[in-house]
Design a protein around this ligand. Structure first.
Ligand SMILES: Nc1nc2c(ncn2[C@@H]2O[C@H](COP(=O)(O)OP(=O)(O)OP(=O)(O)O)[C@@H](O)[C@H]2O)c(=O)[nH]1
Ligand SMILES: [Mg+2]
Length: 569
């Protein structure tokens, strides 16, 4: 049959986009097939796509169309066409069906023209020109390397680069093409600005900020802060390094082998480094551990007898007490073991916050050593730590039998704010305290001397502090013997019966008036004995003289006068 050039066919060709994806042969065959039927066949988009398919599916479609047009059964394919369109129930429709279809098509076109979308757009000239324009724009963009797809890719790439480096400048475009014109445009795009705003530099919850991506200003601030910190740190360090220790401290440090030492040096000096705390031994000695202790009071057995979490559970103050206070992990419990050379009686740990109650240990019937919980950093809840601190403060300011607080300071770190707070409380309560530098084996000998000098200088104006600063190491045993000597004197002074010091009845009365005041007793002792080791006690007393109350001072003055009379000083 001759090929009719009916409008139906032209429309159909347009609909099938024959100019785009189908080969000439295909076009021909389709046209021939259509014409052989003499009627236009309306196709679904799916069918069109199949025809446009270049990987051989087109021929299958052709067969399908053939089958439809010839009225032969093509199995499923025939049905698919029919189903897809929804209007073609059979390949060869009746004239009535055809006219119905035509009417429907016309209605659709008019509807499309009205709203400017769908199939009708192709037949509309203005719509077509619009489409051409948009296509041109698309082409221009493609030429410039700004295809829509590429744009999306570029944006996401830029965003990724921004995320990693944090700076907008570093973001590089993916395209090799020159994009100078478009760069300006893209920077002005509101979308991009929004992204920058989204990265809030003050939002700490934004994890990207933790990676160091904040704005320039923030970086500047950080740099300034770190520079300040460095200068503060440096100046602190420089200050410490500039301390010139006195020759007496330096020679003490050297004589007692304080500070970090090599094993070979200890061996040469005759110490057995196989023993625990080797420097707390008599060189070349073969005697047993406790026999080496020179102060007899520390040869007594160390016995735990009470623990208190609140002040109401403190045991009665029968014995003179020496307490060990300080920050957590400073070495309080270790020093108790080292003093008595009874390892393991007091529990120690490298984890701060092991001692959580006030623990009382008897040293025979002579003395009571008290291990206090540490303050400052510890592995415990805030409220629990606060409770410990309160308990320690209450103990050092109210405990009756307390003769001295050994305030332990780590040689490496020196005194901290919390140490000063406790000092303030003890000063107010007129509690005697002495600074003990611990862990001296962790720093160089010169730094041990520097730290001692630094602390002595800083506490010069304090009234309740007992000088000198004692330097020890529980690990190496250096300085432990010196600490024993200081503490043994306290026990001895407290245990001397008054009758042995001053046998007069009025002296008893006077001492009753200042009951519990060790300084007054020491002063009497000093006047009577005038021995060298008592002078040390008198030195302590001279510092504790001033904070006495007016009535106490008067009593002491009376004692002084009485003694002057008696001994004609
Ligand atoms: N190098 C060195 N380490 C020490 C010294 N004294 C104690 N240590 C160690 O420091 C850690 C803490 O010692 P502790 O005696 O438990 O400290 P603490 O002050 O009682 O600690 P808390 O009970 O938590 O307040 C332990 O691991 C000890 O072995 C020392 O003189 N030198
Ligand atoms: Mg402890």
């Amino acid at each position: 049959m001759p090929v009719s050039k009916g409008s139906g066919n032209i429309k159909l060709r347009k609909k099938l986009k024959l100019g785009n994806g189908i080969s000439k042969d295909d076009k021909k065959s389709v046209e021939t097939l259509e014409d052989s039927n003499g009627k236009g066949v309306k196709r679904s988009k799916k069918a069109q796509n199949r025809e446009n398919d270049t990987d051989g599916k087109g021929s299958r479609t052709k067969n399908a169309v053939e089958g439809v047009v010839n009225g032969k059964s093509c199995g499923k394919r025939k049905r698919v066409y029919a189903d897809n369109k929804g209007t073609l129930e059979n390949s060869v429709g009746s004239s009535r069906t055809r006219s119905l279809l035509k009417a429907e098509r016309q209605e659709k076109f008019s509807h499309s023209r009205e709203y400017g979308y769908g199939e009708g757009r192709r037949s509309n000239n203005s719509e077509l020109s619009n489409e051409r324009k948009s296509r041109k724009v698309k082409e221009i963009r493609d030429v410039d390397g700004y295809g829509e797809e590429e744009n999306v890719k570029r944006k996401s790439k830029e965003r990724k680069t921004l995320d990693r480096s944090g700076s907008k400048q570093k973001a590089e475009p993916p395209s090799r093409f020159s994009r100078k014109k478009n760069l300006g445009e893209s920077e002005q795009r509101p979308k991009k600005k929004k992204r920058v705003i989204r990265i809030d530099p003050h939002d700490t919850s934004n994890k990207r900020l933790d990676d160091g991506l904040p704005s320039k200003d923030n970086n500047k601030e950080k740099q300034e802060d770190s520079a300040k910190e460095k200068t503060v740190e440096l100046s602190k360090n420089a200050q410490f390094r500039s301390i010139l220790p006195s020759p007496s401290i330096l020679s003490f440090v050297e004589d007692n082998l304080l500070g970090r030492r090599r094993d070979i040096q200890l061996k040469r000096a005759g110490y057995n480094i196989e023993l625990s705390a080797p420097l707390d031994n008599i060189p070349f000695s073969t005697s047993s551990e406790r026999e080496r202790i020179e102060e007899p009071v520390f040869r007594n057995k160390l016995e735990f007898f009470a623990a208190a979490k609140v002040s109401s559970s403190f045991p009665p103050a029968d014995l003179p007490e020496i307490a060990f206070a300080g920050r957590s992990n400073v070495g309080k419990s270790s020093s108790l073991n080292a003093l008595t050379r009874q390892w393991g009686v007091v529990r120690t740990s490298d984890k701060p916050g092991l001692t959580q109650t006030i623990n009382f240990f008897k040293l025979g019937s002579k003395m009571c050593l008290v291990d206090l919980p540490g303050y400052g950093f510890a592995y415990a809840k805030e409220e629990v730590k606060e409770a410990w601190e309160e308990l320690v403060k209450e103990y050092v300011s109210t405990r009756l039998g307390l003769k001295r607080v050994c305030l332990l300071i780590d040689t490496k770190w020196g005194m901290k704010q919390t140490d000063h707070e406790l000092i303030h409380i003890m000063e107010r309560a007129q509690t005697k305290y002495q600074i003990i530098l611990t862990k001296t084996d962790t720093v160089f000998p010169i730094d041990v001397a520097r730290r001692a000098m630094q602390i002595e200088e800083s506490l010069k104006a304090k009234k309740s502090v007992v000088q000198p600063v004692v330097m020890v190491s529980s690990k190496s045993g250096a300085g432990i013997q010196s600490l024993r000597t200081v503490l043994a004197k306290i026990a001895r002074a407290d245990h001397l019966p008054l009758s042995a010091i001053y046998p007069r009845t009025d002296a008893y009365k006077i001492s009753d008036a200042v009951e519990g005041d060790n300084a007054a007793i020491s002063r009497i002792k000093y006047f009577q004995e005038g021995e060298d080791d008592v002078v040390q006690i008198d030195q302590d007393m001279s510092q504790s003289f001033r904070p006495f109350t007016r009535s106490q001072a008067m009593v002491l003055d009376d004692v002084h006068l009485a003694l002057e009379k008696e001994f004609a000083f």
